[in-house]
Design a protein around this ligand. Sequence first.
Ligand SMILES: *Cc1c(COP(=O)(O)O)cnc(C)c1O
Length: 384
Amino acid sequence: MDWRTKLLNPSPKARQDYRSLATPVYRGSTVLFHEQSVVTDDWQQAEHGYSYGLYGTPTTLELAARIAELEGASETFIVPGGQAAIALIYFSYCQAGSHALVPHSAYGPNKAMAEGIMRGLNIEVEAYDPLIGAGIYGLIRENTSLIWCESPGSVTMEVQDVPAIVQAAHAHGVAVALDNTYAAGVMFDAFAHGVDISMQALTKYVGGHSDLLLGSVSARDKQAYDKLGPIYQQLGLAVSPDDCSLALRGLQTLAVRLEVLERNTLEIANWLADHPLVAQVLHPALPTCPGHAVWARDFSGSTSVFSFIFKETIAADRVVEFINQLQIFKIGMSWGGVNSLAVVYPDLQRPHHDYGGRIVRLNIGLEKVEDLTGDLAQAMATLS
Ligand SMILES: *Cc1c(COP(=O)(O)O)cnc(C)c1O
């Protein structure tokens, strides 16, 4: 062989018996087949063998299998982010003429997709009261094909009675999808509570360090898997093996991070509950959070994100000053990483409820709690 040809047809030189604790990062688009008769374009790589890098390399499939094991799912798909996971579920369960239900408290971009792409495709996504419970029965129509749950909800933190919603949905043959990001897929057992599809923004707790974007969509059974798979293939939801490798590393410390985050967050939530300028703390483990009793019944713990509402004596512009005054808390969206974050929602509204720009969401990180309460205290002091 000419040296040019040899460059492209190497035989492995290094020893191949290396054993590491870390999953190797397998890159690749093309998959090589042994003979023409086995060439295929099959998304079911875990069952039928590798066909194309678009459906994941061994690094992706290892992450998928570990998430599936953690959540007690039949199978898991890894997708580019939480929002891509939401899209995969909508497209798998809704067609032109379908009706779907999503709680008012759902992640904002989920509702934006409902009002945007879905509406444009003649899919009607109706918003419902997150605390509706068994009352969801009355909203299910002939053409309802999907009910979303997100528990606790984004920003306003309502804990949903998922088993009651599942019971009503299944009585009508309707699938239930849960955005289980808050619970990191572990603090709430989606499948034990009857959910059909559970998704997570792995960006949050599994990644855990604010340095990657990934999502997961986990199927309860083969029926859900077969519905999701073809759409996953058609949408081309490829992910980077490097990001999967970081997520695999994140899984190794998930338990210790969650333990400290839960403890730190509870301390700060309780500190805020005692503060004279605070009207209400929306943390699922506190009785002041809507749906707290359901949380106590169904969850095995709480995580690091929660909100609080300033008293009406504090005007919206003062709340903005409070945020700007924070030193250790950074101003930023997303959460689940190691840094504490704060953000105010100036325009947040729910039906029959205007928060008047006084609702602040915190993500607690791994800093020393006393430093964080000290930071909150000094910023609060500028308000009184
Ligand atoms: C962050 C988030 C998402 C979206 O995740 P990305 O990876 O940022 O796309 C979805 N659902 C919830 C509840 C989230 O907090």
